[in-house]
Design a protein. Structure first.
Length: 231
């Protein structure tokens, strides 16, 4: 399957390097040089994944991410020269699936791209490759075949990563998983990830599926260990 990747970045030398390596891997590449063009191409071109810089003219990456998330659940990897934790967390809170801090190695970036694309085609996986996670849990109805979650009959809009995390935890109800294990099993990589990515995604999920995110009943925390699904 031909996979299309959108690069949104105003630094031409960075774009050229990324595009060259993506094309070597067989991906189709489209580019945008500012935030407004990035939003437009995300809507018109329907890419399979978006690499999104933060500091850009006309519209920064945070605003671009927010606008894209209002319409689409395309996997987004944010590219940022900022190393501060708050900057990373903000991107994840706005709906980014992952981030890479500049300067980054090509090998690391390609690993992130492959991992996020792999999770975006989970519907093609066999039951042996991924737990089903199908069933009714209180007010929640999880249907992996339709890639759909409903609460009280109403569809809950989840990103690919949020859905995968919920499916994985619910398929193994009551089992506690460390953040590192969830990075490996859900995000698809072991040593490139930051465990804060898991924490932020859990928080986003709770805000969408819990009646009171401050007092969750579905995704619970085992202090000092990790997270588990219960109902």
């Amino acid at each position: 399957m031909d996979r299309k990747i959108l690069i949104v970045d105003d630094e031409k030398n960075i774009v050229d390097i990324i595009a060259f390596n993506l094309k070597k891997e067989g991906y189709t590449v489209i580019t945008a040089a500012d935030g407004e063009e990035g939003v437009q191409k995300a809507m018109e071109e329907n890419p399979d994944l978006i690499l999104l810089d933060i500091m850009m003219p006309k519209m920064d990456g945070y605003e671009v991410c927010k606008k894209i998330r209002e319409k689409k659940n395309t996997p987004i990897i944010m590219l940022t020269a900022r190393a501060e934790e708050l900057d990373k967390v903000l991107g994840l809170e706005l709906g980014a699936d992952d981030y890479v801090t500049k300067p980054f190695g090509v090998r690391e970036l390609m690993a992130r791209v492959k991992a996020n694309l792999r999770k975006s085609v989970v519907r093609e996986e066999t039951p042996e490759q991924a737990p089903a996670g199908k069933g009714n849990f209180g007010k929640l109805d999880i249907n992996p075949d339709r890639y759909e979650v409903r609460k009280d009959g109403r569809i809950i809009d989840l990103t690919v990563r949020e859905f995968e995390l919920l499916k994985y935890l619910s398929a193994q109800k009551g089992q506690v998983f460390s953040r590192e294990t969830l990075l490996e099993k859900v995000w698809g990589y072991e040593y490139f990830g930051d465990v804060r990515t898991v924490d932020v995604t859990i928080r986003r999920l709770r805000e969408k599926i819990e009646d009171d995110p401050g007092k969750p009943v579905y995704i619970l925390t085992k202090r000092g260990v990790g997270y588990y699904f219960d109902c």
